[in-house]
Design a protein around this ligand. Structure first.
Ligand SMILES: [Zn+2]
Length: 300
């Protein structure tokens, strides 16, 4: 029914993968792939379905089936929060169904690069996403969707996970989809190959926390549960603490290997350092270099 497309990112096997759809609030739902893959936001209603992110290409029929469980309406719009394959992999299949794809200008530019880079495994190269899956409509700041009684606002966040991170807010339902700027399963992935920054990560989380009320529901880019302001605050507090510790170490003249050995993330590794492929060993060097640390080894 759907073309195979190109599975981008850390796809892994898709046989037997089941997607589940969960109510978030109001007309907003979340589709998840247990075991990994970007969480999808789903706005339903009689005027059509809007999706936030498209998961991997081989899962498109399952994604459509999951949406069908809660709505018979046509899927009309798709917003990509950023370039990574587990968030845009289903674009081509959805475009074939007539879904109109939106993304920030910077994210579309990443689609045009000859090869994509993936932050894990030292910035490994991935094939260019298929041309048919490119966003058709782009925005340089903010775009709004007036649909199903919602005033969906999609807007550029400061450069944090990538330089094209879109946050999506559903004011009536009071739901925020933050893409991969916020994840509950690991330390933040600051993708230096696609324009991510530590400073922007802190600013973007600040902005999201400022927007959220005590009852706001937050869909993380990755993580199996719907969370809220408190979880974002804990995530940001962890980042700020690690940043402050590393800054002191840099000021003290410590080289990266000494900073790593001092384990500035020790208090947090049990909660955020357990995901294979993105642990403190990946996060701490980024913090170190983003803060101006230089030199890999101690001069002795
Ligand atoms: Zn990502």
């Amino acid at each position: 029914m759907y073309s195979a497309g190109v599975a981008l990112g850390q796809a892994g096997p898709f046989d037997g993968v089941e997607l589940s759809i969960e109510h978030v609030a109001g007309n907003v739902y979340m589709v998840q792939r247990p075991g990994g893959g970007g969480n999808i936001g789903v706005l339903i209603g009689p005027e059509g379905v809007l999706l936030v992110d498209s998961l991997f290409a081989p899962l498109s029929d399952k994604l459509v089936a999951a949406v069908k469980e809660v709505s018979d309406s046509e899927i009309r719009f798709l917003i990509n929060t950023h370039i990574h394959g587990d968030h845009v992999g289903g674009n081509e299949n959805l475009a074939e169904m007539g879904v109109l794809i939106f993304a920030h200008d910077n994210t579309r530019l990443r689609f045009l690069e000859e090869r994509s880079r993936f932050p894990r495994r030292g910035g490994s190269f991935m094939p260019q996403p298929p041309e048919a899956g490119r966003p058709v409509v782009t925005y340089n700041d903010t775009i709004s969707f007036h649909l199903n009684g919602e005033e969906v606002r999609a807007f550029l966040a400061p450069p944090s996970h990538t330089d094209g991170d879109t946050f999506v807010y559903f004011p009536n339902a009071d739901v925020l989809h933050l893409g991969d700027v916020f994840r509950t399963t690991s330390y933040p992935i600051i993708d230096l190959y696609n324009g991510g920054t530590l400073r922007g990560t802190i600013a973007a989380l600040d902005q999201a926390i400022e927007m959220a009320g005590p009852d706001t529901k937050v869909i993380p880019g990755h993580g199996l549960s719907i969370v809220g302001r408190k979880e974002m605050q804990e995530f940001l507090a962890m980042i700020l603490d690690v940043r402050d510790q590393v800054l002191v170490m840099i000021t003290d003249g410590m080289k990266l290997d000494e900073v790593m050995a001092a384990r500035p993330t020790a208090a947090y590794d049990a909660q955020w350092g357990q995901e294979a492929g993105w642990t403190a060993d990946d996060f701490v060097p980024i913090v170190y270099y983003q803060l101006g640390g230089s030199g890999r080894l101690a001069d002795r």
